[in-house]
Design a protein around this ligand. Structure first.
Ligand code: GDP
Ligand code: IMO
Ligand code: MG
Length: 447
C-alpha cells in the first residue's frame, strides 16, 4: 500500500498525464486535487491520443477508481463533453466520482476572466480564459456555487438568481458586457446537474475508506510548482495550490497518509502565458525545441515558451514539495542538439545565488549561469534501459539528478506509454533511482 502524489516541478505541461497514466497501472484510485479545465493532460496509448482536462489520468484502466476532489473547480459543460468523448471511444467512466464540495465554474467566471485579462492590458497574466481565477475568488469570497448546490434544484434557483444579478452589475458596469439571463443559466445548469448526479459523492469519505482498505492511491497534480498561488511566480500563477501540500487540502486527506512525492520535469523547460522565465531561449534554438517538442498548449493551443533546464527551479521544487524522486520527460526532444545548456545558478544583483528568490521583482532580474553539456546527436526514443542510452545522455541525466539533489526514477523518451525507462519503481522501490547507489549520491562516489 502506498499513497503517492504526482506533481509538476516546473510551469506545467511537464508530462504529468503520461506519467500518471503509467503509474496508474499500480494504483487502485487516482484523484485530481486542484485546478480545473485550465489543465490539459495528454496520454498516448497504442497511437491513440487522449486529452483530459478534469478527469484523472487513471481513467483508461477499467478497474481504477477515479475521483475529482474538493480542491478542484468544475466546469460542468467541459466535464460532460469529456465524459461523452471518452464513452464514444469505448472508455467507461462508471468508475468516476466527483466531490460534492468542489466549486463550479459558471459562465460569469469565464466572462470575467477574459474581460479582466483584456482590461489588464500589458499587466495581463496570460490565463487560459477558462474562468479559473474568478471561480476560486468566489470560493474565497464565499459566494461560490458548489456541486452539492447544483444537486438541489430549488436552492440553486434562489442562489443563482441572486448571484447572477450581482454578477450582472459587474459585467455591465465594469466590463460593459451584455447581461446574463438568470433563467437561461439556471435551466442550463439544472440540465448539467442531472447528467452529473450519478457521479457525485463525498469523495473524502471514499478516499479514507480506500486508505483503510490499504488501497494504492495516486494524487494527480495539475499545473506545476512555479504556478502555485503561494509558492510560484506570483502574480503570474494559477489560483490554486498544485504543490504536494495541496493534495491534502484538495482531497480531505491528512498529511500523515502520504508516502511519496514524485516530481515531473521536462529535460528542458516550458511556460505558457506571461511572467518571468530566466532560461527562456528565443531565436532559432527556441524554435527547434518548440517544433521538436510540439510545444503547443493542450487546452488553448497557445505556443509554449521554451528554455533550458533550470536546476535552481528544480531544487526549489524538490524543497517545496518534499520530493522523493523525479521523472524526467521529453529527453528525446534534445536528441539532435550539438550542445545543451543547463542553468546551475542565478546571478542576482551581480552575485551568484543557488536559490529561487521569493521576491518576484528579484526573480525577474535573475540571469542564468549556464554549464554547457555535449549533446548525443542520436535518437533515444527506442531506448528502454539506461544502458541503451548514449553516454552523453546518461551524463546529462546524472548531472540533473546531482544538481536537483534528488534521484531520477523514470526517464521518458516519447509520448507513448512504452517509451519509458523505469530506473527504479517510484512507488514501491527503495527511493534510490539514478543518482543514488547504496543510498549514496553517485556524484559523490565518483568525486
Ligand atoms: P501535462 O499537462 O503535464 O500532462 O503535459 P501535457 O500533456 O500538457 O504536455 C506534455 C506533452 O508532451 C504531451 O503532448 C505529451 O504527449 C508529450 N510527451 C510526454 N512525455 C513525452 C516524452 O517523453 N517525449 C515526447 N516527445 N513527448 C512527450
Ligand atoms: P497542466 O495541468 C501550463 C497557466 C496559464 C497562465 C496561468 C494562469 O496542463 O500542466 P489560469 O487559467 O490557471 O488562471 O492561468 O497558469 N496555466 C498552465 N500552464 N499548464 C497548465 O496546466 C496550466 N494551467 C494554467 O497559461 O500562465
Ligand atoms: Mg498540460
Amino acid at each position: 500500500m502506498a499513497n503517492v502524489i504526482v506533481i509538476g516541478a516546473q510551469w506545467g505541461d511537464e508530462g504529468k498525464g503520461k506519467i500518471t497514466d503509467l503509474l496508474s497501472r499500480s494504483a487502485d484510485v487516482v484523484v485530481r486535487y486542484q485546478g480545473g479545465v485550465n489543465a490539459g493532460h495528454t496520454i498516448v496509448v497504442n497511437g491513440q491520443t487522449f486529452k483530459l482536462h478534469l478527469i484523472p489520468s487513471g481513467i483508461l484502466y477499467p478497474n481504477t477508481e477515479c475521483m475529482i476532489g474538493c480542491g478542484t473547480v468544475i466546469d460542468p459543460q467541459v466535464l460532460i463533453k469529456e465524459l461523452d468523448q471518452l464513452e464514444a471511444l469505448g472508455i467507461s467512466t462508471r468508475n468516476l466520482l466527483i466531490s460534492e464540495t468542489a466549486h463550479v465554474t459558471m459562465p460569469y467566471h469565464r466572462l470575467i476572466d477574459q474581460a479582466s485579462e483584456e482590461r489588464r492590458g500589458s499587466y495581463k497574466i496570460g490565463t487560459t480564459g477558462r474562468g479559473i481565477g474568478p471561480t476560486y475568488a468566489d470560493k474565497s469570497e464565499r459566494t461560490g456555487i458548489r456541486v452539492l448546490d447544483l444537486m438541489n434544484p430549488e436552492g440553486l434557483r434562489e442562489q443563482l438568481e441572486w448571484t447572477i444579478n450581482y454578477k450582472n452589475v459587474i459585467l455591465e458596469k465594469l466590463y460593459n458586457l451584455p447581461l446574463l439571463d438568470p433563467k437561461q443559466v439556471i435551466d442550463e445548469y439544472l440540465g448539467y446537474a442531472e447528467r452529473l448526479r450519478p457521479y457525485v459523492v463525498d469523495t473524502s469519505l471514499k478516499i479514507y475508506d480506500a486508505i483503510q482498505r490499504r488501497r494504492n492511491i495516486l494524487f494527480e497534480g495539475a499545473q506545476g510548482t512555479l504556478l502555485d498561488l503561494d509558492h510560484g511566480t506570483y502574480p503570474y500563477v494559477t489560483s490554486s495550490n498544485p504543490v504536494a501540500g495541496g493534495a491534502c487540502v484538495g482531497t480531505g486527506l491528512g498529511p500523515t497518509m502520504i508516502d511519496r512525492v514524485i516530481g515531473i520535469a521536462k529535460a528542458y523547460t516550458t511556460r505558457v502565458g506571461e511572467g518571468p522565465f530566466p532560461t527562456e531561449i528565443g531565436g532559432e534554438m527556441g524554435e527547434v525545441l518548440c517544433t521538436r517538442g510540439a510545444e503547443f498548449g493542450t487546452t488553448t493551443g497557445r505556443r509554449r515558451r521554451c528554455g533550458w533546464f533550470d536546476a535552481v527551479i528544480g531544487r526549489y521544487a524538490v524543497r517545496i514539495n518534499g520530493m522523493d524522486c523525479l521523472a524526467i520527460t521529453k529527453l528525446d526532444v534534445l536528441d539532435e542538439l550539438e550542445q545543451i545548456q543547463v542553468c546551475v545558478a542565478y546571478e542576482i544583483d551581480g552575485e551568484r545565488s543557488e536559490h529561487f528568490p521569493s521576491n518576484a521583482r528579484k526573480f525577474a532580474q535573475c540571469r542564468p549561469i549556464y554549464k554547457t553539456m555535449p549533446g548525443w546527436k542520436t535518437s533515444t526514443s527506442d531506448c528502454r534501459t539506461l544502458e541503451e542510452l548514449p553516454k552523453q545522455a546518461l551524463d546529462y541525466l546524472k548531472f540533473l539528478a546531482e544538481l536537483t539533489e534528488v534521484p531520477i526514477a523514470i526517464v521518458s523518451l516519447g509520448a507513448s506509454r512504452d517509451q519509458t525507462i523505469i530506473v527504479e519503481d517510484p512507488i514501491h522501490g527503495p527511493k534510490r533511482g539514478l543518482l543514488y547507489q547504496d543510498g549514496t549520491p553517485a556524484s559523490l562516489l565518483s568525486a
